[in-house]
Design a protein around this ligand. Structure first.
Ligand code: C2O
Ligand code: CU
Ligand code: CU
Length: 496
């Protein structure tokens, strides 16, 4: 099995201090490491035009004609798009579109997707967050060979309305396939949605690291260690698009952090931000007055945005966030994601939102407990410096089952981050409820009940969650910094 451990040659590095975190070690004056051996010259940020009207996401057409059945096909294939003058950029995309087309269904629907792989590598389509049977989950266990086809089929139960996505998940090449453009969005609509009259926006934020030669740049050593962050954070595949805010002064935004590794600490000055939903759908009660919102890689939210006192143009900013990157990295800086133009807002005061959006029951007392630990370890084996990312001291092994649970049974999972970097925990096939966070011995209960499939862990933090699986089979759990997942920060749960 190919190990995707990060390797860099380190001729003269003294062995002392290797058990320190790299961030600390670097601050303590260790020799600078050659972190950019594989670095290519990147395109200037201004090389991509900004300020064009934000595009809608293309919808995948339902060809079934039968109520309750969504049927369509998806093809993963290379596509050339003109980004820089003179040199087309080869992306890999679903049905040629970036981001991949929106699959929109209603809870209770059955979904049939005929998938075709026209990539030069094996791939899968993983239905991130959806409660699907293990063999339909598009995990690394069920690859589709180059030139191959397969049918994905699953039913989405009532209660599963929420904001999901799909992306490749083959054994070795997930980071590459995603950074080449493969990721699409999936919305399960509720039969009854109290917010359905508010105009909705879909904002898919994705990473692009583009070489000056017009090619998508490969990962360098720093990307392999800290997770890839290109020079662009695109919204609906556009650089800093312009969003003409609805005249009514209120919009509902669904936001996807589809980045490989970039965290999004979202700030929209002077607007009213209200959190109404997470990965797995609406909250019980709106959470008003958010000053900012942190979205770890793979997380989604639904928010209600009120124009507030805004009259002109305001940037939605990803503010600097410290996530404990290792090695010598540039200082974090704010990124403008898009420009919101409030000038057309007619100014009528907004009605209060419904106080209750839906019911989320507590999952009840857990029957068993599991503990997993995220760690990273440096070694100098064979004179090569390497960083290993591990769960419970081990790197991923497809031939090993790490944990076992019983179908339908609620378990308490304690996830501890014993490393120096943030890591977003994600598990396949279900949604969980966060019970509490613990940091420095201080326990903070979750402020509200919500369904999620991804939760961030800061360095040295512990998070406790309750979860249950709906089907027997093997499901992955991992860090959703894709380079960490690719380097082995993943395990397998067998549901019996
Ligand atoms: Cu988006 Cu295994 O995950
Ligand atoms: Cu997933
Ligand atoms: Cu990680």
């Amino acid at each position: 099995m190919k190990r995707r451990t990060f390797l860099t040659t380190l001729g003269s590095l003294p062995l002392i201090g290797l058990n320190m975190g790299w961030a600390n070690a670097a601050a303590g004056g260790m020799p600078a490491m050659n972190m950019d051996a594989a670095t290519v010259k990147l395109a200037a940020v201004e090389a991509l035009g900004a300020g064009t009207a934000i595009s809608d996401i293309i919808k995948l057409a339902n060809t079934s004609g039968q109520p309750g059945l969504f049927r369509a096909s998806l093809i993963a294939a290379p596509v050339n798009l003109p980004l820089l003058p003179g040199t087309p950029t080869e992306f890999w995309a679903y049905n040629g579109s970036l981001p991949g087309p929106l699959i929109e269904v209603i809870e209770g629907d059955t979904v049939e997707i005929l998938f075709e792989n026209r990539l030069p590598q094996a791939t899968t389509v993983h239905w991130h967050g959806l409660p699907v049977p293990a063999e339909q989950d598009g995990s690394p266990l069920n690859p589709v060979a180059p030139g191959g086809k397969r049918l994905y089929r699953f039913s989405l139960p009532v209660g599963s309305a929420g904001t999901y996505w799909y992306h490749p998940h083959p054994h070795d090449n997930t980071p590459e396939q995603v950074y080449r453009g493969l990721a699409g969005i999936f919305i399960v609509r509720a039969k009854i949605d109290l917010l359905k009259d508010i105009p909705e926006r879909l904002l898919v934020i994705s990473d692009l690291k583009l070489g000056a030669d017009g090619r998508i740049a490969p990962n360098d050593a720093n990307d392999e260690m800290n997770g890839r962050e290109g020079q662009f954070a695109l919204v609906n595949a556009q650089r800093q698009p312009l969003l003409q805010f609805d005249r009514s002064g209120r919009e509902r935004w669904r936001i996807w952090n589809a980045n490989s590794a970039r965290y999004l600490r979202l700030v929209l000055p002077d607007a009213g931000l209200t959190l109404v939903g997470t990965d797995g759908g609406l909250l019980e009660h709106p959470v008003t007055g958010l000053a900012e919102l942190l979205l770890a890689p793979a997380e989604r939210v639904e928010i209600i945005v009120d124009a507030g006192t805004n009259k002109g143009r305001v940037a939605l900013v990803a503010a600097p966030y410290q996530r404990g990157k290792m090695g010598i990295v540039p200082a974090e800086k704010a990124l403008n994601l898009l420009t919101v133009d409030f000038s057309k807002v007619a100014g009528a005061p907004q009605k209060p939102l419904p106080a209750t959006l839906r019911r989320i029951d507590d999952m009840g007392s857990p029957k068993a407990k599991k503990r997993i630990v995220f760690s990273e370890k440096m070694s100098m084996a064979g004179g090569q410096h390497s960083v290993k990312f591990m769960i419970n001291g081990k790197q991923f092994d497809m031939n090993r089952i790490d944990l076992e649970s019983r179908v339908g049974q609620v378990d308490l999972w304690e996830i501890a981050n014993e490393s120096d970097m943030d890591h977003p925990f994600h598990i396949h096939g279900t949604q969980f409820q966060v019970i509490e966070h613990e940091s420095d011995g201080k326990v903070t209960p979750a402020p509200y009940r919500a369904w999620r499939d991804t939760v961030n862990l800061k360095s040295r933090e512990i998070v406790r969650i309750k979860l249950a699986h709906h089907f027997k089979g093997i499901y992955m759990f991992h860090c959703h910094v894709l380079e960490h997942e690719g380097a082995g920060m993943m395990g397998q749960l067998k549901v019996v």
